[in-house]
Design a protein around this ligand. Structure first.
Ligand code: AMP
Length: 253
C-alpha cells in the first residue's frame, strides 16, 4: 500500500511572528522556515506503517515555492521513498489556499492511487484546518480528523480521534484521509547517513498547470494585526495578596 503524505513549508514554530508594517500579512523575509510540525508527525506515522510491513511506499508531496523542496528533502531524510514538488512560484507571501492544494492532491491521488493519505490536522501558519477535509470530499472517501492513534489492517483504518471532552474511535475503509494530531507520535530526527541518502531519492517537480489546477486565490485578506501586548506580570509575596487581587481587581472569585 502506498501512503501519500502532504507536507507544507511554514514559518518555524520557534520564530516570533512579525506582522508586515502595512498589515498585509506576516513578514516572511529572512525568517526560518520548516516542515509544518503536524506533517512531521504524519511522516513519522507513515514510516512506522512501513516498518510494520503495512505500507510499501511513502510519497511526500508539497505545494509551494521553490524553497519548499527543503521540507521534501527533510521528509526523504526521515525515510520517505520519493517526493513530488508542485512549484507555485517564488514569492513566500503567496499562500496557496486549501481548496487549490486539495485539488492538486486529488490529481496526485488519481495518479498514484495511495491506500492512505496521512496529513497534518492543520498548518500552523494559516491555522485553516481545511485541506484534509476538502481532499476527502474530492476523493469521496472517509476521513478521520484529529487522529491521535491509527491502526491499519484488512483494508480498514481504525483511528482514535481527539474530540471535545474525550476520544472517539472510528473505522474507515481504505482509501481514506487521516489528519493527525499532536499526540500521535514523536517524530524522529533524520540521521546524517539518511540525509546523504535522501539526495539520491526520486524527486519529481511539476507546476499546478501540469495537473490542470487553477490556484488563483478566492480569499482576500483584508488586514492582519498583532495581538495586543500583554501587561507585565506581578510577583506577589503571599497567597492572601493573590486572593485579594483575584477578588478585588480581577473580580473572578
Ligand atoms: P490547512 O488546511 O492549511 O490547515 O493544512 C492542513 C494540512 O494540509 C497540512 O498539515 C498539510 O498536511 C496539508 N497541506 C496544506 N497546505 C499544503 C501545501 N501547500 N503543501 C502540502 N501540504 C499541504
Amino acid at each position: 500500500m502506498k501512503v501519500l503524505v502532504p507536507v507544507k513549508r511554514v514559518i518555524d514554530y520557534n520564530v516570533k511572528v512579525r506582522v508586515r508594517t502595512d498589515g498585509s500579512g506576516v513578514d516572511l523575509a529572512n525568517v526560518k522556515m520548516s516542515m509544518n510540525p503536524f506533517d512531521e508527525i504524519a511522516v513519522e506515522e507513515a514510516l512506522r506503517l512501513r516498518e510494520s510491513g503495512i505500507a510499501s511506499e511513502i510519497i511526500a508531496v508539497s505545494v509551494g515555492v521553490r524553497k519548499a523542496q527543503l521540507v521534501l528533502r527533510t521528509a526523504l531524510a526521515m525515510g520517505a521513498d520519493r517526493a513530488i514538488h508542485i512549484v507555485t512560484g517564488d514569492d513566500p507571501h503567496v499562500d496557496v489556499e486549501p481548496l487549490a492544494v486539495a485539488k492538486i492532491l486529488h490529481r496526485i491521488v488519481q495518479q498514484e492511487q495511495p491506500g492512505l493519505v496521512l496529513m497534518g490536522k492543520q498548518a500552523i501558519d494559516n491555522d485553516l484546518n481545511a485541506t484534509g477535509q476538502m481532499l476527502a470530499g474530492l476523493m469521496a472517501c472517509g476521513q478521520a480528523t484529529f487522529a491521535s492513534e491509527l491502526r491499519v489492517d484488512d483494508g480498514q483504518a481504525t483511528a482514535t480521534r481527539e474530540v471535545d471532552g474525550g476520544l472517539q474511535v472510528v473505522q474507515l475503509t481504505l482509501p481514506c484521509v487521516v489528519t493527525v494530531d499532536l499526540r500521535m507520535n514523536e517524530p524522529r530526527y533524520p540521521s546524517l547517513p539518511n540525509i546523504r541518502k535522501a539526495r539520491r531519492k526520486p524527486f519529481a517537480v511539476h507546476g499546478p498547470e501540469d495537473l490542470g489546477v487553477d490556484i488563483s486565490p478566492r480569499l482576500n485578506i483584508l488586514h492582519t494585526v498583532e495581538p495586543p501586548a500583554r501587561k507585565a506580570g506581578e510577583i506577589l509575596s503571599t497567597v492572601d495578596d493573590l486572593v485579594a487581587k483575584l477578588r478585588d481587581e480581577a473580580e473572578v472569585i
